[in-house]
Design a protein around this ligand. Structure first.
Ligand SMILES: [Zn+2]
Ligand SMILES: [Zn+2]
Length: 171
């Protein structure tokens, strides 16, 4: 059984300088909004691999996981999924300034849930679509153009000025 956790106290690993440890953990990830739609991982938890390396005065951390986001296609609104491969790193070196301080580490307590979520958000594609060449919905009638076939078209709306002319009674 993999441990399910939102945070992890890396101090409990009792690593000395230069030592490393690899952990497999299950981290709960909430669904989130993207481009006005809701997306969620296929399972409630994301299975992550966490590498912790104790450096001279801090930690070097690496978080890796494979998951997917499931939700509506941004073009046609049918079910879509997008696989994501995440590989994120953090360095925390007390006294090293902002750049060497991880926002996810508070003392020895690592906020895995926040890190997993942010790392996921950074890996998002610009659009989640059911397939690359999804043709989306017809702008006029809303029909799914993937099913409608290539001939789907509409008569052009008659120009309202012509309609007004036709109403003129000519003697
Ligand atoms: Zn689509
Ligand atoms: Zn149409």
């Amino acid at each position: 059984m993999t441990q399910r956790t939102e945070t992890f106290d890396i101090g409990t690993l009792r690593l000395s300088s230069g030592e490393a440890r690899r952990l497999d953990l299950d981290v709960p990830v909430d669904s989130f909004e993207f481009g006005g739609q809701r997306y969620a991982a296929p399972d409630e938890d994301v299975h992550v691999t966490l590498d912790v390396v104790r450096t001279t005065s801090g930690y070097s951390l690496r978080l890796r996981f494979l998951t997917a986001l499931i939700g509506p296609c941004m073009r046609c609104l049918e079910d879509a999924g997008h696989e994501l491969e995440v590989d994120a790193r953090e360095i925390d070196q007390p006294g090293g300034g902002d750049e060497l301080s991880s926002p996810y580490l508070d003392g020895d307590e690592l906020d895995l849930k926040a890190w997993t979520r942010d790392a996921l958000a950074l890996t998002l594609p610009t659009q989640i679509v059911c397939r690359e060449d999804c043709r989306g919905l017809c702008a006029i009638c809303g029909e799914n153009l993937n099913h409608a076939g290539p001939d789907h078209a509409h008569e052009r709306e008659p120009d309202p000025r012509w309609a007004a002319l036709r109403e003129l009674k000519l003697d």
